[in-house]
Design a protein around this ligand. Structure first.
Ligand code: MN
Length: 234
């Protein structure tokens, strides 16, 4: 069979044990820490809701390196959202909560970068969020740490500093919908597959960054993710 053009290279994220993890899909959970849900206008516990980013929106940042993200087009308000990223090594459909952790291959620190002004405009108009959430380089991610090494992450500090100032902090134990519940709920709507990444939501304190800013995200047990914001794309 002759292909029309060479298929794009597989999208991969480096692992802490020196391998490459092939990315299938990127699922993201909205409003999954109480204080952040309140700052975004929510009241009370709502069922989890999801959006997606394309797999090639990942921007892998190697261990000990500082990644660089170009300031994206069309926005005046690029927001940071520090998040625990869960990587699936197995798929499933209608996975019960009590078996959901079996699907987890490992974890990473991620940033759900957001063109907040565009997202807010789409929200107001009742239109899809893609332009605000699913743009190129919108998913910086550090190395994936195998669950075999970290154990199941159920609690631990998660934080983000911008230029040395603390902006976001929380604890994984404060997730409104925990990782197992998130996997179970996602698997009712989609066929989960090995290679899926799940951005599990961000604690309170989201805000804007500008070119020249340096972001440092940390999650207990996963080290740190360091990223600078570069000039606007030409
Ligand atoms: Mn998010």
């Amino acid at each position: 069979m002759t292909v029309v053009f060479a298929p794009p290279a597989a999208v991969t994220v480096p692992t802490s044990d020196g391998r490459d993890f092939p990315v299938h899909r990127i699922y993201c959970v909205g409003r999954n820490y109480a204080e952040h849900a309140i700052e975004m206008g929510a009241t009370g516990r709502e069922p989890p809701f999801f959006f997606m980013k394309p797999a090639d929106a990942v921007l892998p940042v190697a261990d000990g390196q500082t990644g660089s993200m170009a300031y994206p087009s069309l926005t005046q308000s690029l927001h940071h959202e520090i998040e625990l990223v869960v990587a699936l090594g197995q798929g499933g459909r209608n996975v019960p909560v009590e078996r959901a952790a079996e699907l987890i291959w490992g974890y990473a620190i991620g940033l759900d970068m957001t063109r907040r002004d565009l997202q807010n405009e789409m929200k107001k108009q009742g239109r899809p969020w893609c332009i605000g959430k699913a743009f190129d380089q919108s998913a910086p991610v550090g190395p994936l740490h195998p669950k075999a090494a970290t154990g199941e992450l159920l609690r631990g500090a998660i934080s983000l500093e911008v230029n040395g100032q603390r902006r976001q902090s929380g604890d994984l134990a404060d997730l409104i919908w925990n990782v197992a519940e998130t996997i179970a709920t996602l698997s009712q709507a989609w066929d989960l597959a090995p290679g899926d990444l799940i951005y599990t939501g961000t604690p309170a304190g989201v805000g804007a960054v500008v070119p020249g800013d340096t972001l440092v995200g940390e999650i207990a047990g996963l080290g740190r993710l360091q990223l600078t914001i570069g000039p606007a794309r030409g």
